[in-house]
Design a protein around this ligand. Sequence first.
Ligand SMILES: C[S@@+](CC[C@H](N)C(=O)[O-])C[C@H]1O[C@@H](n2cnc3c(N)ncnc32)[C@H](O)[C@@H]1O
Length: 265
Amino acid sequence: MREFSESYLSRTREGMWGDSRDALEPLALDSRDRILDVGCGTGELSRVLAAESPGEVIGCDADIDLLEAAGEHVPVVASDAFQLPFPDDTFDLVICQALLINLPEPAAALAEFARVSRDLVAAVEPNNAAVEIDSSVDAERTLERRARRAYLDGVSTDVALGADAGDAFETAGLEVLETRRYDHVRTIEPPYGELALVAARRKATGAGLTDDRETMLSGGLSESEYDDLRSSWREMGRTVVDQMETREYHREEAVPFFVTAGRVD
Ligand SMILES: C[S@@+](CC[C@H](N)C(=O)[O-])C[C@H]1O[C@@H](n2cnc3c(N)ncnc32)[C@H](O)[C@@H]1O
């Protein structure tokens, strides 16, 4: 199972759903009774669900360290997405965010979601191949594209699933109702918050790339190509840190997410 840190999730989810919740409308959150958020991590989506719904929201994840953070906001249960510890028809909405892109068999997980739901199943999944970056550091855009391509070539699950999640819904026997797009736009500009400073330091030390090294190498990147990418990456990171010191640094990232809603037969 791919692991995520609490700091990665708070950094990458910062501001998500804060600007618009229109893409969640087909889920009729205001009339839900009991919602299960599978692969809830630190509960970033669970909090939005709890704010929008009068019903009970339960978070579930296989990583008990992340669940501890989610548990500060909603009740949580440790569980594997493929074997949920609930009887049939327990919930009227079973949902996940950025879970299916990390699973080898998304349709099998959706079939399990359908078992414990008596009405809707939904997935909020990004297309990580279509992320757009704009930055005041020229090299940042091209290097991020290079690193992303190398990562996509090596990753074993479909991290670009996004709008195509509907196919997995149909394989799981769900009737697809609608797919809506939500662009999660993160802007870094002065005054810089702690999360932005951490992200800049990770670039300057190459920490983010190191995490993905094995994936990139298994996708065909050679050791020397990786070393070359890392050295350019760190140089770019140092420019980011320098520009932050003079308050010139500006970055915008748009990640397209797709909300797919399906009905249980
Ligand atoms: C990218 S994170 C998304 C977390 C959260 N939904 C969000 O959007 O911030 C993926 C989450 O799925 C969890 N996960 C991965 N495989 C799982 C599995 N088989 N069963 C349950 N949780 C799983 C991970 O522990 C992680 O918390």
